[in-house]
Design a protein around this ligand. Structure first.
Ligand code: FAD
Ligand code: FES
Length: 220
């Protein structure tokens, strides 16, 4: 069950251009890999959705790309600061797969450390724009890194159950290659639990709330 709690920051760690924000877990359930939490950046009006990245005992860890005002505030938090955390929310990845392969790009690798742990360390194919960004691959066991100008989708072998997270063009390319893949999508989210309709996207020809139906959807 999702809960909203005020948690204390345990630590922050730089991972290339990203920040791993580690927060006290309190009574929050880490949920299923691919589910997300709404993090309230102090001083910002609306919370922001973040996938759970790691779940060591007593903590929840989020890998954050500082691309805008709220993510920059979240990345600037320090040990001892407090923030509200709501979750787990949405539908995560199905784990009943025979030959999993994780395919990710950029900050899309955020849910993979927790997912890889749940699946027993499957192979992962991760694409980044530079060596600096590829520091995030160190969080994912059995990861093969692909750097631009080669795209990760050029290296996906056949015969695997693909679980993917990354930018929309990457997910569209994975969908074309692997119609049975599970894809974690993004949309701007204001509430995270179905109340605001801010995350409505077209799913199988109809407008639906990604926070309720997803963020993980079957490709086909
Ligand atoms: C389910 C889910 C899980 C996510 N997990 C992570 C994660 O683990 N780590 C991480 O760094 N980010 C994650 N994100 C994206 C993150 O929520 C956004 O980057 C963040 O909300 C941006 O807030 P901001 O105020 O910093 O920037 P803003 O000023 O709000 O946005 C900066 C730019 O990004 C665009 N943008 C903002 N949010 C989204 C979005 N959700 N989808 C597409 N474009 C967007 C804006 O249009 C704008 O161009 C996730 C998003 C979703 C929906
Ligand atoms: S984020 Fe509010 S309905 Fe999905």
């Amino acid at each position: 069950m999702p809960r909203r709690e005020r948690g204390r920051v345990v630590a922050t760690e730089a991972v290339g251009p990203y920040t791993l924000l580690r927060v006290e877990r309190g009574r929050l359930d880490p949920g299923r890999p691919g589910q997300f939490f709404m993090l309230e950046a102090p001083g910002r009006l609306l919370p922001r959705p973040m996938s759970l990245c790691v779940a060591p005992a007593g903590e929840l860890g989020f890998l954050i790309d500082p691309i805008g005002p709220a993510t920059r505030v979240l990345c600037s938090l320090a040990a001892g600061d407090e923030l509200h955390v709501l979750g787990p929310l949405g539908n995560g990845f199905r784990l009943d797969v025979a030959r999993p392969l994780l395919v990710g790009g950029g900050i899309g690798v955020a849910p993979f450390p927790y997912l890889a742990e749940a699946l027993g360390g499957p192979p992962a194919l991760l694409g980044f724009r530079s060596e600096w960004h590829a520091a995030a691959a160190d969080l994912v066991p059995n990861a093969e890194v692909v750097l631009e100008p080669t795209y990760v989708t050029e290296a996906v072998p056949g015969g695997f159950d693909v679980l993917a997270c990354g930018p929309e063009p990457m997910l569209e390319a994975v969908r074309a290659l692997e119609p049975a893949a599970q894809l974690a999508w993004e949309a701007p989210m204001a509430c995270g639990y179905g109340a605001c309709y801010g995350c409505a996207v077209e799913i199988h020809g109809a407008l639906r709330r990604l926070c309720v139906e997803g963020p993980v959807l079957e490709a086909a």
